[in-house]
Design a protein around this ligand. Sequence first.
Ligand code: ADP
Ligand code: MG
Length: 483
Amino acid sequence: MVIMSKAKDVLNKFFGFDSFRGKQERIIERTVNENKHSLVLMPTGGGKSLCYQIPALMFDGGTIVISPLIALMQDQVDALKKKNIPAEFINSTVTPKQRKARLQKFVDGEVKLLYVTPERFRKPDFVKEIKKTKISLLAVDEAHCISEWGHDFRPDYSRIAEFREFMGNPLTIALTATATPDVQKDIIDKLGLTPDQIEVFHQGIQRPNLRLETVDIYDEKETLEAIYGMFEKYKGPGIIYFSLIKKLEYYSQIIGDKGYRHGVYHGKLEARRRKQTQRDFLSGKQDLILATNAFGMGIDKPDIRFVIHAEVPSSIESYYQEIGRAGRDGKDSTCLMMYNQQDLYTQMEFIKWANPNAEYYSQVFDILKTDKDAVAAMGADYIRERMSHRDRNDFRVETVLSMLDRYGVTEGTLEEGNFKLVGSLPHELEDDKRLAEKLLSDNKKLLSVVNYFKSVDCRRTYISDYFGFPGEKACQNCDVCGD
Ligand code: ADP
Ligand code: MG
């Protein structure tokens, strides 16, 4: 038990906390003491990071942290450095010289935690250096990205078993807030492990301070009534999520005219503006944000009092992740989902455009290959025209481009003018059966949201069952089982 008392010292010395939370202690014990793999399922804000950061500070060798988001790495590493924890990150925003220097420090053991995106493993130089040093732990953050059936699939994540092999199959800890039983199985498999080699720690859906509510909505008037009702009832910071930018802008106008100051955040805004909005929200300068799902990853703001979904979300996974941002300080917070049947058509359209068939993939790929100059000159518009889209909401071309990027078949972007085709069409995108399965799976996810709304049992129990933790007690704090 000497080791665990050391773990507590590290917790105290570097993080300034007195005790572990939930299953942190048991997970750390399994990692450092027993050297065994774990899959950690903990709600957002539950404290997953400590489960690998503390072992990283206790092991002789280095820890590699795989994380999907370039945008978050800098903040994460800065926060660690402030605590005197020797951490660095390497990604495409770092100059080659710095990359080399940071990698060298990691190889020399000066840097204990190295944050990278999985794409880094495509670079032979990186792999060569990594092989020179002892890797004591591999932490796979946001591990649901491994699975095609998860809600944020990253193809490079699905090659982690290969990367583990390069590194001599190190001790591994995978962490996520949202993984259904199918996704859990897939994560274990894609790590190159068998279920008997890895222990799954579920912490359940323990966010008792989040009150779950839904409301049936027919029109704009009712939407606004529900929103204003929330403003009156709940003082303090809040987020309103929309699926469509058009709708977000529409409501932003009305709510603004009514005198409610707010920030706006979506993917079509310039990066600089998005950053400013996020900063103002985090600092408390701005209390209300209207956003699409582009907003919120890594938002560690303790006092968000409400999260409203003004349109039906696409899955329970994304819903749970988004509402998880509320009430991190443990105080009462409310999560309201508005259900307008009309939104289901929006979501079904989304799903359709997000799932082109194999023929579509191969046609776009051929255009990219044969009409390079026209594509470079006119961008995605040229492709759309060639694919003769009549529906202006049809974003299949964007889907194809994004998937090709995720699979590493292309580099750069059309907007920046540095777009390049560097590989061939991956067999996964030529396989119609597989693509059809994905489409079906997305539709099932949406159906689960409908069932959540229609549930006559406790909403928290519904979510728990969905993520594979049956037997949770009714919460007495939702609009079904509470008052
Ligand atoms: P997750 O990755 O699970 O969403 P984080 O690891 O970012 O969550 O932790 C969320 C917050 O909880 C952080 O602000 C962290 O400092 C805090 N925290 C984690 N563990 C403890 C603990 N044992 N005691 C006190 N605070 C903790
Ligand atoms: Mg985290």
